[in-house]
Each structure stands twice: as C-alpha cells, then as structure tokens.
Ligand binder design. Sequence first.
Ligand code: ARG
Length: 468
Amino acid sequence: MSSRRARTHAGMRKAWAGRLGGRTAPLVEAFTTSLPVDRALFPHDIAGSVAHVRALVRARLLTRAEGARLERGLGSVRRELERGQFRFHPADEDIHMAVERRLTELIGPLGGKLHTGRSRNDQVALDLRLWLRAECEAMDAALRGVQRALLKLARRHRNALLPGYTHLQRAQPILLAHHLLAYREMLARDRSRFRDCRERADELPLGAGALAGAGFALDRPFVARQLGFARVAANSIDAVADRDAAAEFLAAAAITMVHLSRLGEEIVLWASEEFGFVELPDAFATGSSMMPQKKNPDVAELVRGRTGRVIGALVALLTMLKGLPLAYNRDLQEDKPALFDAARTLRDAAAVLTAMVPRLAFRTRRMAAAADGLLLATDVADVLVERGVPFREAHEIVGGLVRHCLATGTGLREVDAKTLRTHSPLLTPALVRRLTPARSVARRRVLGGTAPREVARQLARAEREDGR
Ligand code: ARG
C-alpha cells in the first residue's frame, strides 16, 4: 500500500484511497464527520447490513459460509456498540464507515465484500427510513400518553366550569373537561399525521446503489421482506435523493409541538395570580433565587420555548433541500441533526406533560365564579330568540342591558323589572334570575358542544380510542 494513497491523519486507509492521494486534512475530517450524530443509527445500520448480506448470498455473490461469517461479525460489532465498548476512530467519518472498518478488523478482508452493490447513499437512506418508522411509532405512544393524561384530568372534572375565552376576553361558560378534550383532539390529528408519515416512509431504498441502481441482480423485494418494508422504492434516483419522509416527520413534529406549546401557554396563564385557576404540583415548579414568594411554571414555559427548535428543524430541512439537484448531495447529511433534535425535544415535552398534567390542581370554585356574570349575555339573547325576537334584534337589546349593568354596577340577574321592561317587554326578573353558568352550558347540547351530556359522550369516545 503506497504511503502516498489517501490516509487519515492517524494513518488509517480511507475507503476512497485508490482515487485520492495524500492525506485528508484533519480540519476536513472534523468538518465533514457526521459520526457524533449518526452513531445513533447503528441498530438500523447493522440490521440493514444483515439483510444486504442475505441478498448477496441469494445473488450468489457470497457463499453461504461467507454470509454466515459476515453476519456473525456484524453481530459482534453490534454487541460492542450496545455495550459502549466500540472504539470510534476520528477518521470514521460516519457510522456506516465505522461499522465496516470494525467488521474488517474483526473478520479480515471478507469484510470488504459487505459493500458489494451498495453505496452509502442508499445505505443512509435505508437507515433513515428504518429510524423514521420506529420513531413514528414511538411518537404515537408518547402522544397517546399525553392524551390519556388529559383524559384523566377531564374525567376528574366532569362538571367543573370555567370561562371560555375569545380574544382572551371572557366569552361564555364552558366545562373544563370540554376545554381539555380540545387538546385531545389536536393530539389525535397529530397521531394520525405520524401514522401517515410512517405509511409513506415504508419503502425500501436499498438496491438503488449510488443512484443508478445496483449493478448486481439483488432481489429487492426479498430485502424489503427481511426488513418489514411494505414496498420497494420505485426509482433509484428518487430513492437516494428523497427526504420527503423526513420533511413530513418534521412537519408533523412542528405542528404537534405547537399544540403542546399552546397547552403550555394556558398552563402558564392559569397558574398566574391574575387567573388563579390552577396550582402547579411542587415537583413540577421552580422557585426564584431572589424572590421568596415565587412559584414558577418553568416546565410549561420550556415546552413553549422549545417549540422554536422544532419549527426551526423543519425550516432547516426544507431550506437544505430546496436547491439540491438530483441525486445524492452531501448537504443531505444535515437531515439527521434536525430530525434527531426535533424528535428528542418533542418526546421530552410529551413525557413531562404526561407526568405533570394529571397533577394540576384546579381551583374549581374560583373558575366557576369567573364563569358567571356578563358571560351569560348570550343566554339572555337566546331566550329572547326562543320568544320570537330575531337574533340581531335580541343582540342589540342585550347589548343595551349589558351597558346598563356596567354603568350601574348591577349584575345581570339583579336588574329590576322596570329597567328590564324598558329594554324589552319580554324580559322579566324571573327570566333573568334563572340564568346560571350551569344552565348556560347545559343548553349547548349540539354535537360537539359543551353540555355535560355531550362532553360525557366525547369522553366515552376518547376512552374508547385512547384507552383509559
Ligand atoms: N454521512 C453521509 C450522510 O449522512 C452518508 C452518505 C455519504 N455519501 C457520500 N457519498 N459521501 O448523508
């Protein structure tokens, strides 16, 4: 081996040593490596290699004995990686090269046959799809956890009332369970997005080679079966250049994180003294280093605050892709930091919310009191409508009545008979005294409404779909 051939700084021979002379600059090795990130792919990388070995045996490019030795060698490499005994080399560039380098150290030159008919381009596309498939499943379980936490809380507060808001102004009384179940719906859609992503990611890229397709008769449907893929990627160029599944995953993750962030924001608001709706569990709050009275909602704030990272990962990936000509370009390596960071951020957020949400202590009396008063104005209008007044007219009558209440500091229920009559002959003290937040929600029995009966139906459906 000529000493002029491409070597690493430490003297290891590079995979492309035939073509390039001299050494790769250490600065370049450090700049181009993806190992610190993609080493997490090792279980998928080795599973992919085992399937590839079997395809090579099937194509008679390896004898059965060679295939068996390669599989045993890959098993040893996997065990070293699992036990943390694997020694990475600075020149290993990425997990694919590291595994092959170690395999060859362990079993000798036969290790050099592993890469027959394969390129790192289809190899990394394969690893990524295997990772995405598993991660979509993990995400489904994590989000189901948050849903069940919400459900648990909703069940505990079947009849608790609070003001519903629009424009962050008190709007109409609603049931707390109804409000919590709104988040459960968002998460149900998120889970279905991850299911869709998994479904479309379920294609085998291996066999595409560098871009043109392997030059050997590799049985791709056989490899797909080995790895549990539903389909074989139809076009070898697309197979190595495409990162749609990563983009879909990050889009689903970004939307989900936005949902968790909105929940986080509500928890922050509710825990404030101004709202005073919720008491955080001590184990999920922090204090101030200076102000002894403080109890801060840092968990909810960080869920909100980390959302930018996940949105950023989606933007980074799409921006990286938008100018790439076909097929593989090294830029594609940047898919993994974005994916791994986003997945971890989302999973951590889901886990901490799953633990915290059921332990939120609601101040239900204070919430119900906040849901009373002028929030019942719509109900007065609704009663007038029931007596034949056109809704627009009823709205104006009650608007005038509300103005009277605000100007005189009178509650809606306390307005005297004479004043009521001046607003509408149909309004009587008996009628307005019947108004309560509980009756207000009970009226809203439409499908999907906030009436207890309807919320109970939503709860039962959620329990059927998400488990108890
Ligand atoms: N580390 C690379 C990546 O993550 C693997 C593929 C490299 N292929 C190549 N031709 N340099 O995308």
